[in-house]
Design a protein around this ligand. Structure first.
Ligand SMILES: NC(=O)C1=CN([C@@H]2O[C@H](COP(=O)(O)OP(=O)(O)OC[C@H]3O[C@@H](n4cnc5c(N)ncnc54)[C@H](O)[C@@H]3O)[C@@H](O)[C@H]2O)C=CC1
Ligand SMILES: O=C(O)[C@@H](O)C(=O)[C@H](O)[C@@H](O)CO
Length: 302
């Protein structure tokens, strides 16, 4: 399938490389000269090759499958999805969508990489607002799998198409059902950043120590088992027993319904995991430990 990337800087070029490495037809449109964008793409492919993520023939084939243009019509015509990655300016994004939809109508889904703008604001004034949603990636976009899809007012076909295209790019799309500040995890990422800044500002720790604390503690766990599964693994009996273990039984008594919902969700998450990643509590714990060992070896901690 053809996927177009409008704005091919740090984020757009990275996502375009993902799509090209999966064999899709990829077009990159930017106001910068094509050779500038090609240079960005080559740099990403070199990084992936040096890191052992791809081999040189695959990198060359990916580059050959990409077209670089300053002609928007050429870039977006025939695209299933247009990933918008222009600078974080609302008017610029809205003008970009109008230009795209004037050229190709409601054909492509338009997904914005925006860090925090709401899809309803982005779609204001659009010819086909139901085709506009957010597909928020994480830097470095050529490696981090997450794309947060958010579009409560987009059509179901638009949502389904975006999820399908991201999976075909090898990404891990998750659906953010409501327009909330920071979507699913930018909100958490910004909260961690604010907390880290405050700890340093208050003289509680150094910059290096707060980063070490995160990367060798909760950050390492989150990288392998998220947050809710992580906490569940730390308590015999799982999430249902958290209050008892940490002495919050009285406080938790008022949250029984949500704790039950989380515990049931963790049980389902474990059961739905592929066997090789562990689909029992014991299996997940063993997978977790294997993953920690590999990461800690890179940090020369093992
Ligand atoms: N950098 C990051 O860590 C992340 C950024 N984002 C979001 O992704 C979007 C892009 O950010 P970056 O890639 O970091 O910015 P960037 O500045 O690296 O790339 C933006 C690209 O857009 C091009 N551009 C400017 N005006 C244009 C126009 N009218 N039409 C087409 N292209 C145009 C620029 O030449 C540049 O190549 C922003 O909305 C940002 O908030 C999302 C996740 C992470
Ligand atoms: O951190 C990321 O890669 C993304 O969440 C982003 O959108 C931006 O970096 C944003 O967090 C900057 O505030």
């Amino acid at each position: 399938m053809k996927i177009a990337f409008v704005g091919a800087g740090m984020i757009g070029a990275g996502l375009a490389v993902n799509a090209a490495l999966k064999g899709h037809q990829v077009s990159l449109y930017d106001v910068a000269p094509p050779e500038t964008v090609q240079g960005t793409v080559r740099g990403i492919l070199d990084s992936l090759t040096e890191a052992g993520a791809v081999d040189a023939p695959a990198a060359s084939a990916a580059l050959a499958g990409m077209s670089f243009t300053q002609d928007l019509a050429q870039a977006v015509t025939g695209a299933r999805l247009v990933q918008e990655c222009v600078p974080e300016r609302l008017e610029l994004k809205q003008a970009t969508y109008r230009s795209i939809q004037e050229l190709v109508g409601a054909e492509p889904v338009i997904a914005s990489s925006t860090s925090g703008m709401f899809p309803s604001a982005l779609a204001e004034g659009a010819l086909y607002p139901e085709r506009i949603l957010v597909g928020h990636p994480y830097n470095p976009s050529y490696l981090l799998p997450l794309v947060e899809v958010c579009g409560p007012r987009a059509s179901q076909d638009s949502i389904d198409t975006a999820m399908e295209v991201y999976r075909a790019m090898g990404k891990e799309p998750v659906l953010c059902r409501k327009e909330v500040h920071g979507f699913l995890v930018n909100k958490l990422s910004w909260a961690v950043m604010d907390g880290a800044i405050q700890a340093v500002a208050d003289g509680v720790c150094s910059v290096e120590d707060i980063d070490k604390a995160i990367m060798f503690g909760p950050g390492l766990r989150m990288a392998v088992t998220g947050q809710l599964l992580t906490m569940s693994l730390g308590v015999p009996g799982g999430f249902r027993m958290m209050g008892k273990k940490y002495g919050n039984e009285e406080e938790d008594s008022g949250k029984t319904a949500v704790i039950q919902r989380i515990a049931d969700g963790v049980d389902e998450e474990i059961a739905c995991r592929p066997a090789e990643f562990g689909n029992t509590v014991e299996g997940v714990s063993k997978f977790r430990d294997r993953a920690f060992v590999e990461i800690l070896k890179l940090h020369h901690k093992i």
